[in-house]
Design a protein. Structure first.
Length: 103
């Protein structure tokens, strides 16, 4: 399960192979915005925040089926398992190397 602030790698689409951090989820968790990936340009009208208006680049969402959690130890996208850690708390772990993903 992918969560906010997770390091992910894109496995499909034009940004394939790139890594980034999850910024937010939208549409009941089906799509996620990833830091510095899938950038789009939007025209912004003048407002209080930007009195001159202009063209702004921001992250567009990517479907979560195109993302995998990135394991720093394995150096690739991984699947996760849930195991009970110390003081019987659930922790997400890498299925290959069993390193803990939760802080």
């Amino acid at each position: 399960m992918i969560r906010k602030n997770d390091e992910v790698i894109v496995i499909a689409g034009k940004e394939k192979g790139k890594k980034g951090k999850i910024l937010s989820f939208s549409n009941e968790g089906a799509r996620a915005r990833v830091e510095k990936l899938n950038m789009v340009k939007r025209h912004v009208r003048p407002n209080q925040k930007m009195p001159q208006g202009g063209i702004v680049e921001k992250e567009a969402s990517i479907h979560v089926s195109n993302l995998m959690i990135y394991c720093g130890k394995c150096k690739k996208g991984i699947r996760t398992a849930v195991k009970l850690g110390k003081d019987s708390k659930k922790q997400r772990v890498c299925k290959k190397c069993e390193s803990i993903l939760d802080n």
